[in-house]
Design a protein around this ligand. Structure first.
Ligand code: PMP
Length: 425
């Protein structure tokens, strides 16, 4: 049901009967996070940089949130955490800040499958005269460490490699790759865009991230608020601030503190560590949907099936249909998935990521991304399977591209099995 808001647009007033499986685009706020944010959204509106009592309370709440972020990342010193408006800003700050902090070095290394918020700054650095190397991935979406080793140069300033890909969910062994970089030259800085993995996987400093100098994260990918994120900046890393203004964040990021957003991020981090054990259940649901597709929908290709992946993500391409058509078809049934990255949807061209992992041509236009969360239930996964089978079959019947796809989906009501019912806390 929809109701008219005070403005001319329509807002949904209920999620009833809809099935949300686009959590890599954004995820619903956890009720506990919302409660925390509400407490800092009404009477407690004060500027956290001011000197009077209520403002000092807000500053303390920010300090607490910084500790919560640090705890999730396994950081001993929360001072390394700088609050930002999200991962786009964090990525921009990491790349431009590293470049400004090391003016004599003019080479950046990254991968061909990064998010646009890394590729955009890379392109801008190229316009400014920097050399940028884009490392390819193989058909499993994997990076060859030898390619990285060969591409490093005496003037390499920064290596930026994402932790988990937003479209395919494929994980890069960032810790191992960072070690390769530091063995080559300890002064080369390492950044990882961990936006899709923080809160979904245990990713911790003091373990695999020891050689990482910058890490980007964003609250809304793990049940925190939009417009709130953080950048980890290693104290010893030469870096210049990107967002100049007031003295907030000790001069590392100007701008009045977004207190509700920051406390929301902190609470989302705390909850993420409490719910770490739900990842197994999420990946079980994902695997069962994948198995259903393999068994019941002919002409389907799972991207990254042989690679380590995020537990919640399934990227699948269907021969003979358009991914966008499938998303619309499912949307009519109130099942919400995406064609890949929300940042590139709207374009009918397959994304740079799917091109880079070499999805075969007959499949690539029919690509969709399904991404679950800790709130996804087995019942929902079952409903998704049925809706997918029905929709793919319908589109193939309608589509002139259907030629060559053998067989029709075997559509039966299905039950997705899990150890327990999905967590709905
Ligand atoms: N990096 C990755 C891998 C992402 O998936 C996203 C969000 N789509 C971003 C960066 C940008 O995050 P934000 O929305 O917080 O700016």
């Amino acid at each position: 049901m929809w109701k008219t808001a005070a403005h001319s647009f329509m807002v949904p007033d209920s999620n009833e009967n809809s099935l949300y499986a686009d959590n890599n685009a954004t995820s619903p706020l956890a009720p506990e996070v919302w409660e925390e944010m509400r407490a800092w959204s009404g009477a407690a509106f004060h500027n956290a940089s001011a000197l009077y009592g209520p403002a000092r309370n807000a500053a303390r709440a920010i300090g607490h949130a910084r500790e919560q972020v640090a705890a999730l990342l396994g950081l001993k010193d929360s001072h390394a955490v700088v609050f930002t408006s999200g991962a786009t800003e964090s990525n921009n700050a990491a790349l431009f800040g590293a470049a400004r902090g090391n003016p004599s070095r003019r080479h950046v290394l990254t991968t061909s499958v990064e998010h646009p918020s890394v590729l955009g700054p890379c392109a801008e650095l190229e316009r400014e005269g920097y050399a940028v190397t884009y490392l390819p991935v193989d058909s499993n979406g994997a990076l060859d460490p030898a390619h990285l080793q060969h591409a490093l140069r005496p003037d390499t300033l920064l290596v930026s490699i994402m932790h988990a890909n937003n479209e395919t969910g494929i994980l890069f062994p960032v810790g191992d790759l960072a070690r390769v970089v530091k063995e080559f030259d300890a002064r080369v800085l390492v950044h990882t865009d961990a936006t899709q993995s923080v809160g979904k996987l245990p990713i911790r400093f003091g373990k695999e991230l020891d050689h990482v100098d910058f890490l980007s994260m964003s609250a809304h990918k793990f049940h925190g608020p939009k417009g709130s994120g953080a950048l980890f900046i290693r104290e010893s890393a030469p870096w210049r601030p990107f967002m100049l203004g007031g003295h907030q964040e000790e001069g590392r990021r100007g701008g009045t503190y977004n207190v509700p957003g920051i406390v929301g991020l902190g609470r989302a981090c705390e909850l993420a560590s409490q719910y770490l054990d739900t990842h197994e259940q999420t990946s079980r649901l994902r695997d069962e949907v994948q198995a259903y597709i393999a068994g019941h929908i002919p002409g389907a290709w799972v991207n990254g099936a042989n690679s380590p992946r995020l537990p919640n993500t399934l990227s699948v391409s269907f021969e003979g249909i358009e991914g966008e058509g499938l998303v619309h078809q499912l949307s009519a049934a109130r099942v919400y998935i995406s064609t890949g990255s929300a940042c590139t949807s709207g374009s009918t061209e397959p994304s740079h990521v799917l091109r880079a992992v070499g999805v075969p041509e007959p499949f690539v236009h029919g690509s969709v991304r399904i991404s679950f969360s800790r709130y996804t239930t087995a019942e929902e996964a079952g409903k998704l399977c049925e809706a997918l089978a029905v929709s793919v079959e319908k589109l193939r019947r309608l589509s002139p591209k259907k030629r060559g796809v053998q067989g029709t989906p075997d559509v039966h009501p299905i039950t997705v099995r899990t150890g327990s019912k999905g967590d709905s806390a």
